[in-house]
Structures are given as structure tokens and as C-alpha cells.
Design a protein around this ligand. Structure first.
Ligand code: ADP
Ligand code: MG
Length: 253
């Protein structure tokens, strides 16, 4: 049961110093058209993630978790509301500036790994740097070493286990040195032991200072986080670090 004191925007304003958040969502709403119907995937979601924090996003299927993660990763744009990444208003940027912001700040780990089957492990990790002229082979090798995959550089994804593919996907997400790492059910397709290795990897990455937001049903992963956000029917119904006002229960400022 949630005890309510104030609407969440007031809590946000009290707890957040502008400019120091890794990400801040203000009234994020996302709707989809389905025939004549409007589907509210997210409704007025507001919260912020401090630099260095590790948060988990939980909630039943269809709650809007993937939609929220895609908005945080600038892979989609909200219908209304604003997202700030490192203090920059992402939804007010031009397409090219947004692409640059995403490339420089965000790493994304997909539930189904998203590796290209025709490329080797090393090439998959180097892929996000295709448009930058930086020398990345050495960094890709270092990251693969860090995730315990240095012995599989020239393997193809179909020669790897699920846990190994996910470790490669994490190395790929880190290649541009993001400050924010986003992951959508990263242990959802893994056996327990592989999942635990991935959780340990996220913890150690977070200890190096990377901010992490991860959608998960995994209780061990949820327990490893500093904070838990719960979505239901597109609304943020609880935040373990704040009390959140629901629309029914909210008290006007
Ligand atoms: P979760 O990841 O929590 O399971 P999603 O963010 O994938 O939830 O979806 C939230 C809601 O938005 C669901 O009701 C889903 O059916 C709907 N939805 C998601 N993507 C689309 C889309 N492209 N078109 C229409 N509805 C969508
Ligand atoms: Mg999802």
C-alpha cells in the first residue's frame, strides 16, 4: 500500500538538482494508435536517475517497461513530456543532435541480444562505432576481455550460448563509453547461472560509475539495485525512494 503525501513532481523538485541527473523524465506520455483506438503505453511518468545509480524497472507484462526504456534511450520519442539526459532536453534536439546524444551517452542491451549473425563477436562489438572514425578494435578487445569473452573473438553468435551472447551484447553497448546503460530483461532468456554472471557484471559496471536502468523480473537483479520503480498500466505506481501519487489518490499542490 502506498502512503501518499504529495504529487510526485513536487517530490522530484525537492530531490533533484537540475543538471546532475543522468536522466530525468518529466511527464513522459506515449500513445499508440491501434485502429480507431488510442493506446496509452505510458501516462505522465516522472522520475529522475542520479549519476551512478542502478535502478530496476518492474511491472507486469504490458505495463510500459519497454516503452519507457526506449524513451530513456532516445530510441523513440514521447507523445508528450520531456526527457533530459545529462541535463540536455533530448526531445527538443534535432534528429542529428539526438543521434549524437544517444551514441555518446547511452548503451542499450536488448532482451534478445540483437547480435548480427553474419558478423563475428569482435565485429558485433565494433559495429556501433561504424560512423565514428575512432580506432576501436583495441577497445572492443578490452571490453570483450572485461566481460569474459576474449577467447571467442572470431566466433559467430550462433556458436555461443545465450549467456555468452548477452555478454557480447553488453560489451557492444559499452563500446562508445556510455554514461547510461539500459537493459531490457537482460536475464529473461538465460539459465540461472548465466543470469547470475550477467547480474555480477552489471554490479561491477555500476561500481565503475556507469548509471544503469534495467527492466527485470529477476529478484536477484532487483535486489542488487539501489532503487526500484514499478509501472502498472503505463503509470509509475511506486518508486522505492519516494512516495508516488496516483491520479486517483493524488492531492493537488
Ligand atoms: P512491457 O514492456 O511492460 O511488457 P510495453 O512497453 O512493450 O510493455 O507495452 C506497453 C503497452 O503499449 C502494451 O499495451 C502494448 O500492447 C502497447 N504497445 C507497445 N508498442 C506498441 C505499438 N508499436 N503499437 C501499439 N501498441 C503498442
Ligand atoms: Mg517489454
Amino acid at each position: 500500500m502506498i502512503t501518499l503525501t504529495r504529487p510526485n513532481r513536487i517530490n522530484l523538485a525537492e530531490s533533484v538538482t537540475p543538471g546532475v541527473c543522468a536522466a530525468e523524465a518529466v511527464g513522459l506520455t506515449k500513445t499508440y494508435r491501434r485502429g480507431a483506438e488510442t493506446v496509452y503505453a505510458l501516462t505522465e511518468v516522472s522520475f529522475s536517475i542520479a549519476e551512478g545509480e542502478m535502478i530496476v524497472i518492474v511491472g507486469p507484462s504490458g505495463a510500459g517497461k519497454t516503452t519507457l526504456l526506449h524513451l530513456l534511450g532516445c530510441m523513440d520519442t514521447p507523445t508528450s513530456g520531456q526527457l533530459y539526459l545529462g541535463g540536455q532536453p533530448a526531445n527538443s534536439l534535432s534528429d542529428s543532435a539526438l543521434t549524437r546524444l544517444r551514441r555518446e551517452r547511452v548503451g542499450f542491451v536488448f532482451q534478445h541480444f540483437g547480435l548480427l549473425p553474419t558478423l563475428s563477436v569482435l565485429e558485433n562489438v565494433m559495429l556501433p562505432t561504424i560512423f565514428s572514425r575512432r580506432q576501436t578494435r583495441h577497445r572492443a578487445e578490452e571490453l570483450l576481455e572485461q566481460v569474459g569473452m576474449a577467447h571467442r573473438l572470431s566466433h559467430r553468435p550462433n556458436e555461443l550460448s545465450g549467456g555468452e551472447m548477452q555478454r557480447v551484447a553488453i560489451a557492444r553497448a559499452l563500446i562508445n563509453s556510455p554514461t547510461l546503460l539500459l537493459a531490457d530483461e537482460p536475464t529473461g532468456n538465460l539459465d540461472t547461472a548465466s543470469g547470475e554472471a550477467i547480474i555480477a557484471l552489471f554490479k561491477s559496471l555500476n561500481e565503475t560509475g556507469i548509471t544503469i536502468a534495467v527492466v527485470t523480473h529477476n529478484l536477484t537483479l532487483a535486489a542488487a539495485a539501489h532503487r526500484r520503480l514499478t509501472l502498472k498500466d503505463g503509470r509509475l505506481i511506486s518508486d522505492s525512494s519516494h512516495h508516488i501519487a496516483s491520479p486517483q489518490e493524488g492531492i493537488s499542490p
